[in-house]
Design a protein around this ligand. Structure first.
Ligand SMILES: NC(=O)c1ccc[n+]([C@@H]2O[C@H](COP(=O)([O-])OP(=O)(O)OC[C@H]3O[C@@H](n4cnc5c(N)ncnc54)[C@H](O)[C@@H]3O)[C@@H](O)[C@H]2O)c1
Length: 238
């Protein structure tokens, strides 16, 4: 039997966060979902409201947060280009200030912390498939930089908190993940394909159709989330 823990999930009312909250509750943990509802929806967590192990707090992670928990999953950040390019300065702040605030909290309360990073840290990669020792090829001044560089800086902060303060960290570079509760109109490839198929429309394939993507079903992403941690993680080196 797993030990009951108090777990903070930032971005908990988003697509991935709501599945994580659900899974952690089912495993017997107490979950505090923190979200500013920029892209998250109350609908995503409605079925969890009223559960004795579930609490929700409207909060923006760019501001400090003082709570007592055993573990933190830091997912707060808009993930689709339409949303993260809407207010790029806020996107960078969410990744960087959000990481600083959550790492500071983890340090103070000696909690383990996981960062939802992204395959976008590889930018426009020249290596396929990407391995964790490949450092990427990111344009630091383009319209996607607010997301890519924000996530890269968050990774730097996570590893420096580990080296400098011995914080227990995990960084998961998530690739395209799909499943129920994906937002219909956020322009991601799987939701685009499904919506166009359901409407009987032509399916849009950009360019010459020779691109490759790695896809992951949401249950697979969080399969190993409790006790151990999610798959596809970078553990800090010595
Ligand atoms: N879904 C994917 O394929 C994928 C791939 C790579 C990385 N990720 C990462 O996983 C995390 C979750 O992605 P998702 O697909 O569930 O996206 P999502 O947009 O559905 O969820 C993000 C959540 O963060 C919240 N949020 C945004 N800014 C915030 C802030 N300043 N303070 C508090 N909450 C804030 C949003 O309201 C939303 O609920 C993100 O960090 C994203 O970068 C997702």
């Amino acid at each position: 039997m797993t030990q009951n823990k108090r777990i903070l999930v930032t971005g908990g009312s988003g697509f991935l966060g709501s599945h994580l909250c659900e899974r952690l509750i089912n495993e017997g943990h107490d979950v505090l979902c923190v979200d500013n509802y920029f892209t998250g929806r109350k609908e995503n967590i409605r079925h969890l409201l009223g559960h004795p192990c579930f609490e929700v707090l409207r909060h923006d992670v760019t501001f400090p947060l003082y709570v007592e928990v055993d573990e933190i999953y830091n997912l707060a950040c808009p993930a689709s280009p339409i949303h993260y390019q809407h207010d790029p300065v806020q996107t960078t702040k969410t990744s960087v200030h959000g990481a600083i605030n959550m790492l500071g909290l983890a340090k103070r309360i000696k909690a383990k912390i996981m960062q939802a990073s992204t395959s976008e840290v590889y930018g426009d990669p020249s290596v396929h498939p990407q391995t964790e020792d490949y450092w990427g090829n990111v344009n630091p001044i383009g319209p996607r930089a607010c997301y890519d560089e924000g996530k890269r800086c968050a990774e730097t902060l996570f590893f420096d908190y580990h080296r400098q303060h011995r914080l227990r960290i995990k960084v998961a570079r998530i690739f395209n993940t799909y499943g129920p509760r994906m937002a219909e109109g956020d322009g991601r490839v799987v939701s685009n394909f499904i919506v166009q198929a359901l409407r009987g429309q032509d399916i849009t394939v950009y360019g010459e159709g020779s691109q490759t993507r790695s896809f992951c079903y949401v249950d697979e992403l969080w399969r190993a989330s409790s006790g151990s941690w999610p798959p596809r993680t970078s553990s800090p080196g010595p």
